[in-house]
Design a protein around this ligand. Sequence first.
Ligand code: PLP
Length: 217
Amino acid sequence: MSLSEITARIRAEELRSGRVPGCVNLIAVSKVQPLARVTAVLNEGHRLFGENRVQEAAGKWPALRKAYDGVQVHLLGPLQSNKLRQAMELFEAFHSVDRPKLAQGIARLAQELGHCPDLFLQVNTGEEPQKAGVLPAQADGFIAECRALDLPVVGLMCIPPADEEPTLHFALLRKIAARNDVAGLSMGMSDDFEKAIAMGATHVRVGSAIFGARAYD
Ligand SMILES: *Cc1c(COP(=O)(O)O)cnc(C)c1O
């Protein structure tokens, strides 16, 4: 796979599912990838990337932002309170806001710094104990809580259970977003981004299908 193939498949699925052409944002998930693969995708003109860890992003993106105009990096992975200040400076968006304490910390720092990343609230649609995200039954309350803190809630995010049909989870996330007037839906990865687009994804997070398999050491 490559960036151009994935982009073509996204455009084709937008057409097939009656979505507005170009409405789906492709987040190229560059975590753990060798720098040469990341610069290759930058050189093809892509500018929106996703990372899982604050530390890894801090070692990579400040230099790349100097070399390439218009780069945007979204944090997809878990957010710890002790890394929050650094994360506020590194990312244009957080996709894993999942608890009131964290939301309160973001609000406090946003006041102090005068800016705030766009926020996606993570929903644990499969109610998996090991997974981050608020439970579906708590989502409405959490969205209201974040809004009461004046936080920029732009969307919801989910990672469906590995062994279940993702479409059911995408549909649940869409339903929660619709009843709360939340516009953005961050859902769909390498194996299921077309299904996510059919269910209304506005942001798909695609890693290995663009960059190749991740080599963890
Ligand atoms: C790694 C990761 C992705 C990308 O996964 P692929 O299967 O490589 O496309 C998407 N979202 C999150 C939250 C991730 O951690």
